[in-house]
Design a protein around this ligand. Structure first.
Ligand code: GAR
Length: 194
């Protein structure tokens, strides 16, 4: 059984989908803990599933490196096989990435390498693109620049605003993420080979 730790910053709707999938009999992975960089609303989803949560907030540390070391310490207490960034809206320090990669994946609401960064949905709309997408990647030390595991196109419709488009992208992200977790757990996907 693959053990997965999820890091979030926000509402955690993609986390909730993964928790629900992992709760199904026969799913080959389980979520062992959920962490956040702030008092994220999505932590409540984990609590409802009886899964331990933790918050490691950068403001409580002298610098990014100290925050990263504390975060890594909390992650390692749960000894996960895989760490999923599911809406963690903060770059991990390089030392944390090096310690966890390639067993560190990120979901992103765009068809990478198009529209990296924190405002991917807004940027796709601002560019006047006809389509955008969703991606799951291995995290590297750059901004959404790691090896792409899977990605899928999502059309941009006339009249789309940022919330509407994001809500159409998220179900695709969820399906891709759950598929990646299943494939890693069942040995069909070896993150070391990407
Ligand atoms: C998701 O769309 C995720 O891909 C995105 O934040 C959203 C979180 O939604 N992450 C990024 O943009 C990271 N660059 P959720 O909290 O409802 O799951």
């Amino acid at each position: 059984m693959l053990s997965v730790l999820v890091l979030i910053s926000g509402t955690g709707s993609n986390l909730l989908a993964l928790l629900a999938a992992a709760h199904e009999p026969g799913f080959p992975a389980r979520v062992v803990a959920v962490g956040a960089d702030r008092d994220a609303a999505g932590l409540a989803h984990a609590e409802r599933f009886g899964i331990p949560t933790f918050v490691v907030a950068p403001g409580d540390f002298a610098d990014r490196e100290a925050w990263g070391a504390a975060l890594l310490h909390r992650i390692r207490q749960h000894a996960p096989d895989l760490v999923v960034l599911s809406g963690l809206m903060r770059l991990l320090p390089a030392g944390v990435v090096r310690a966890l990669a390639p067993h560190l994946v990120n979901t992103h609401p765009a068809y990478l390498p198009e529209f990296p960064g924190a405002h991917a949905v807004r940027d796709a709309l601002a560019a006047g693109a006809a389509e955008t997408g969703a991606s799951v990647i291995v995290v590297d030390e750059g901004v959404d620049s790691g090896p792409i595991i899977v990605r899928e196109r999502v059309p941009i419709l006339p009249g789309d605003d940022e919330p509407a488009l994001h809500e159409r992208i998220k179900p695709v992200e969820r399906r891709l993420l759950i598929g990646v977790v299943r494939d890693v757990a069942e040995g069909r996907l070896n993150l070391k080979e990407l």
